[in-house]
Design a binder for this molecule. Structure first.
Ligand SMILES: Cc1cc2nc3c(=O)[nH]c(=O)nc-3n(C[C@H](O)[C@H](O)[C@H](O)COP(=O)(O)OP(=O)(O)OC[C@H]3O[C@@H](n4cnc5c(N)ncnc54)[C@H](O)[C@@H]3O)c2cc1C
Length: 366
């Protein structure tokens, strides 16, 4: 089976890798470069707290609980230095109903220790909080160097026989009757395929429109600030603060996601003044005092209505959607499940509520 995967972000690279390792002939196509999209401007956090306190259906919950083990396996499979289980410190004021959220997440399977000011000073001396403020310490959590993961996925993908086309966006889906047969690139080249996987992130609805399909989604900007390269006293953990998230970054010292409000399933505003935001972070992280951001970047979150869109459509063969927010953490899971559907012909039950036909009231041609 020949598969064309569109988009070399976290989701497309994981799917291309998994399909190739499992024996498919795969072409991975990106109009720009690997990690040029949202995956290159992401906080890339892996954590269970406070996410396990959210109301979720049990199937989704079970998948969420499998994230850490899947990343361990992927890291072993790929090699390379892109996964950091450094642990997360979530500040009490970042989570509404902190004690209840700790209790619910613990019951659901998260391993969390609540620390007072004394223990915090020992574990993370680079974080200064007001006296008495507690933190939830989740040891088995961390972050992914997403561009490095994608580079490693693509390296293994190519060693497995996969083909990579970069720098030419897909401009058309080629169709014959009710079947997608491949894609056309901007330079006129045609790539034949038995199946086209749409993993184009924030541009996925644009690709879908090429086959008169729709993926209703919100495009929500998110600000990333980078600061502190070479600075000696920076935090070693992910810090989930009230208005921001901070993590170590190998190239740039720290990466900060400015959130502007407590972590909820919705997302906060971006603000506009990078240096002022960094000064706010530096009140709790003295190692950043007096520094300016070395870089600011806005990433576009593609958030499909009603959750991820993973699966095929009953009336258009040769086409498969793979679009999801939280795509760094969910990417390896969607890749495993999509490979089972694409290569084994299975209808994976965990994907039942996520299929793209949920957006249609009447199935065309039915
Ligand atoms: C500020 C911020 C913080 C985030 N924090 C987290 C987090 O902590 N944890 C987490 O799991 N997720 C997080 N996310 C979300 C996560 O980053 C995204 O869900 C993920 O990166 C999406 O990956 P993707 O592969 O779908 O898309 P992308 O990485 O955007 O990849 C899509 C690719 O498709 C290519 N493309 C587009 N159009 C075409 C075309 N016509 N032809 C060919 N190629 C095309 C693009 O060039 C791009 O490389 C965050 C996002 C933001 C913005």
């Amino acid at each position: 089976m020949k598969v064309a995967v569109l988009g070399a972000g976290a989701i497309g690279a994981n799917i291309a890798h998994r399909l190739a390792v499992r024996g498919a002939e795969v072409v991975l196509i990106d109009g720009q470069a690997p990690a040029a999209g949202t995956s290159g401007a992401s906080f890339s956090w892996l954590s269970s707290f406070p996410q396990l306190a959210w109301a979720e259906d049990p199937g989704r919950r079970a998948l969420r609980l499998s994230v850490n083990a899947r990343f361990d396996r992927l890291s072993e499979e790929l090699g390379g230095d892109w996964l950091d289980w450094c642990g997360t410190l979530t500040v009490e004021s970042a989570v509404p109903d902190f004690d209840a959220a700790v209790a619910r997440s613990t019951e659901a399977g998260a391993q969390i220790e609540v620390l007072g000011t004394g223990d915090l000073a020992r574990i993370e001396p680079q974080l200064r909080l007001p006296e008495g403020e507690r933190v939830a310490f989740e040891l088995r959590s961390g972050w992914v160097d997403a561009p490095a993961m994608i580079e490693q996925l693509i390296r293994v993908f190519r060693l497995t026989g996969g083909t990579l086309h970069l720098g030419q966006p897909v401009t058309a889906l080629r169709r014959e009757g009710g079947r997608v047969r491949g894609v056309t690139l901007a330079d006129g080249r045609q790539v034949d395929a038995d199946l086209v996987v749409n993993a184009a992130g924030a541009s996925a609805s644009h690709i879908a429109a090429m086959a008169e399909l729709s993926i209703p989604m919100e495009l929500v900007p998110g600000l990333m600030l980078y600061a502190g390269a070479g600075a000696p006293d920076l935090p070693r953990h992910v810090i989930n603060g009230e208005r921001w998230l901070l993590r170590p970054d190998r190239r740039e010292g720290t990466a900060i996601h400015w959130r502007g409000e407590g972590l909820t399933a919705l997302h906060g505003n971006n603000g506009a003044d990078g240096p002022a935001m960094l000064a706010d972070v530096a009140r709790a992280v003295p190692g950043l005092r007096g520094l300016r951001p070395s870089r600011e970047r806005i990433g576009i979150r593609a958030i499909p209505f009603g959750g991820p869109v993973i699966g095929a459509l009953p009336w258009l063969s040769g086409y498969y959607s793979a679009v999801s927010h939280g795509g760094i953490g969910w990417g390896p899971i969607w890749a495993d499940l999509a490979a089972r559907e694409i290569l084994d012909g299975e209808a994976v039950p965990e994907l039942a509520g996520l299929r793209p036909d949920r957006f249609y009231m009447d199935v065309p041609g039915a």
